[in-house]
Design a protein around this ligand. Structure first.
Ligand code: TRP
Ligand code: ZN
Length: 492
């Protein structure tokens, strides 16, 4: 299907007409990317998924994953063909019950050609049967599937779905999930949302998880291993399920002393951000050698290293803040990462103030003073950092600094109204930096163009009156080191 890689134009159109049957004169292939300039091949065009039903079986000893994925989707154009993003070996694809042709292309495209064209605006069901050894599959030379001594973990950003389920892999296409996983008895399977059932038969245990609110593909997670599972309820009544690998050793106590505060911290955050958007809470700490944490929906992933030097509630604050900023309101494109990371970092500052370990202003002052004007830190624009700097420390620290500057500009009343109103305004949806600016302008009645430009877009250290408040040389806030210690993701 080489014509798909030819630039659009007469030649492409002509070969397309020759290559496919009669219905295709008006029915065309969906785009192989959803249109994100940071990652042109991520996601796909031509359809929108509403639900993923994943039935999986995983064998830790061999890293063999078998599965059947059933996708419910709606076409957004007259489709002759469409892609899913996926790396494992596919044995069968059915579209509306009928066997479809399929092939692989690019780094991670599964190209599906249904027997007949699919009219725009119709609901379709796609069944994909597959198997494979996820750790053996690479795209762009890497794998993000993490094997552990007793299982494996899928948790990464932006790429984690390709190794375990076929998807339209971009935050713009959110869907609900049923994830059912069979694992050897004695092993547990952790995923997002509520645990609907567990059962064991013939040496295998099945864990059924459900996420019934829209969820971005990178926020879907799977962890298999030997876990100790704790259950509870937040004061506001949300059920909490946490899971700790049995191999955490001397990090076990600090992990529990942090993650067991999930209900308390989520309730505290809802005071700033409004009601918690989901019906499940928790966190899991698998036995992985990595350092990062990730805001996987309802149930963040924490590397044990986050707890290597003692309890770290600040990282729990960060990941739970994402449940509103990042998960409930997701980026439209990856360039909008500030609407996720800037606020998760700012929540850590609010927690510091709450704990009497330094105010948000003191932390802003410290960030501002820590980087001289010629520091490369100021060359990264959090409002459009580029794919290579998407998770640069500036997106977090300068991103939170910008939020403090906004607060100083519009005052506490308008600021906290924005903070709480935003997740409602775009509930279960997507938004851009421009959407945020528009909303803050509406609430505050001020033109915020210059402020957003100075703090988020200029590749230079902000100066002048807007910065005057930040320029005193502050003492180091008590929380500074602990917040810095949550920065592991910038180190690889
Ligand atoms: N979004 C994650 C956090 O806020 C951090 C992160 C960035 C990350 N890049 C990643 C996590 C890659 C896992 C993999 O905590
Ligand atoms: Zn984050």
């Amino acid at each position: 299907m080489h014509y798909r890689s030819i630039a659009p134009g007469a030649l492409a159109t002509a070969s397309l007409l020759l290559a496919v049957p009669a219905f295709a004169a008006t029915y065309t292939p969906g785009a192989q990317g959803i249109g994100d300039p940071y990652y042109p091949a991520y996601g796909n065009g031509g359809y929108d998924v509403s639900h993923y039903d994943l039935r999986l079986k995983y064998q830790p000893a061999t890293d063999e994953l078998e599965g059947t994925a059933t996708l419910r989707a709606r076409t957004t154009q007259d489709l002759s063909q469409f892609d899913l993003d996926f790396l494992l070996n596919v044995s069968e694809v059915r579209v509306n019950g009928v066997e479809a042709a399929f092939t692989n292309s690019g780094e991670h495209e599964l190209v599906i050609t249904p027997k007949t064209g699919l009219a725009k605006g119709t609901d379709i069901t796609v069944v994909v049967r597959y198997s494979g050894i996820p750790s053996s599959k690479k795209a762009y030379g890497f794998t993000t599937w993490l094997r552990t001594a007793d299982g494996a973990v899928a948790a990464n950003e932006p790429e984690s779905a390709w190794w375990w389920f076929p998807s339209n892999d971009h935050p713009l296409d959110k869907a609900t999930y049923d994830v059912s996983v069979r694992v050897p008895e004695g092993t547990q399977a952790i995923s997002n949302g509520r645990l609907r059932s567990t059962r064991s038969a013939g040496g295998w245990s099945t864990y059924c998880w459900r996420s019934d609110k829209p969820q971005a593909t990178y926020l879907a997670t799977l962890a298999v291993g030997r876990f100790d599972i704790t259950t509870g309820k937040s004061e506001s009544g949300i059920p909490v399920i946490n899971a700790y690998s049995k191999n955490l050793g001397d990090r076990d106590a600090a992990a529990r002393a942090s993650v067991e505060r999930t209900g308390e911290i989520a309730d505290w955050l809802s005071g700033y951000f409004g009601p918690y958007p989901y019906d499940a809470l928790g966190g899991y700490v698998p036995d992985v050698p990595t350092g990062f944490a990730l805001e996987t929906q309802t149930r963040p992933f924490y590397s044990p290293r986050q707890f290597a030097s003692g309890p770290n509630p600040s990282v729990v604050v960060h990941e739970l803040a994402h449940q509103w900023y990042g998960d409930d309101v997701s980026v439209k494109g990856w360039k909008d990462i500030w609407i996720s990371e800037g606020f998760a970092r700012y929540a850590q500052w609010l927690w510091s103030e709450h704990e009497g370990q330094g105010t948000t202003q003191e932390l802003a002052d410290k960030v501002y003073a820590s980087h001289p004007a010629d520091d490369a830190f100021w060359t990264v624009a959090p409002g459009n950092p580029g794919p290579d700097n998407q998770f640069d420390i500036a997106v977090y620290d300068r991103g939170a600094l910008a939020i403090q500057a906004l607060r100083n500009e519009i005052g506490d009343d308008a600021f906290f109204t924005v903070l709480k109103g935003w997740p409602q305004k775009h509930a279960y949806g997507n938004a851009s930096l421009a959407d945020f600016q528009r909303y803050a302008e509406k609430v505050s009645g001020k033109d915020l163009g210059p402020l957003f430009d100075t703090w988020l877009l200029e590749p230079a250290k902000p100066a002048g009156p807007a910065a005057a408040r930040m320029s005193s040389l502050p003492a180091e806030p008590k929380s500074w080191k602990q917040i810095e210690a949550t920065n592991e993701m910038h180190k690889h």
